[in-house]
Design a protein around this ligand. Structure first.
Ligand SMILES: C[S@@+](CC[C@H](N)C(=O)[O-])C[C@H]1O[C@@H](n2cnc3c(N)ncnc32)[C@H](O)[C@@H]1O
Length: 216
């Protein structure tokens, strides 16, 4: 399993993500320029589960006056994001909590939750999604994305061509379940449905990445 709790990985994470996820910027474009302006006009509070710099920056652009809380178990990833936000003079925008989300005890509710490219690293997906559900306002919305086991041949070719580490990509291609806790898109939808999300729409599939809109 990938070690996010390392300063070395945190320092190179943006480069790694852009190489390993062809279509990475497309996912954010779609969410912030296509979906959220229509589906989430009134957003006062945002919860980012397993966050990265891009969603903080894009949320700041779209919802500058909203509160933004980021929960992530990696001190290194949090430290790196904080460093970058200071450079952009927006370090005050985000509040950080260092915790795995399945075990995070939260009393607040949020209008919008973003959890992008995280759930495939999580063992207990049901508890993870249930905690998201319980953290949303009554009409709250979650945008969730996950790496799945679809289109792995194309993904392997494009990711390697894009500069991703060929050995790591090859290992993931051969055994996605041991490098991540990857499950099928159908299983994620089934868990979300069992928990009580009523509107479950897959809004995109970009190679091996699925993106959903989940409504409470
Ligand atoms: C691949 S990165 C994705 C970061 C960002 N959302 C993006 O799209 O660039 C996965 C992140 O999920 C975090 N993570 C892993 N397990 C988690 C969990 N159980 N709860 C919350 N975050 C978790 C990692 O520490 C890491 O920062």
């Amino acid at each position: 399993m990938k070690d996010f709790n390392s300063d070395e990985y945190a320092a190179m994470y943006m480069k790694d993500m852009e190489a390993k996820i062809p279509g990475y910027s497309l996912m954010f474009d779609l969410i912030f320029h296509g979906v959220l302006p229509v589906e989430a006009k009134e957003v006062h509070s945002i919860l980012s589960v397993g966050g990265g710099l891009v969603e903080v920056m894009k949320s700041h652009n779209a919802y500058e006056d909203a509160s933004f809380t980021l929960v992530d178990p990696s001190e290194s990833m949090i430290g790196k994001i904080q460093e970058e936000l200071e450079e952009y003079n927006i370090s005050e925008y985000a509040e950080f909590k260092c915790s795995s989300f399945e075990t995070y005890e939260n009393k607040r509710c949020f209008d919008l939750c973003l959890s992008l490219l995280v759930i495939h690293f999580v063992g207990d997906k049901e508890q993870f999604l249930r905690n998201i559900y319980n953290s949303l306002e009554a009409d709250g919305l979650c945008v969730l994305s996950a790496f799945s086991d679809y289109h792995l041949d194309w993904w392997e070719t494009y990711a390697i061509h894009n500069g991703a580490n060929a050995e790591q990509v090859g290992n993931t291609r051969k055994n996605p379940q041991s490098t991540m806790a990857c499950t099928s898109a159908d299983e994620i939808e089934m868990i979300a449905n069992n928990i009580g999300f009523h509107g479950i729409e897959k809004i995109a599939q970009i190679l091996s990445v699925d993106v959903w809109l989940l409504k409470k």
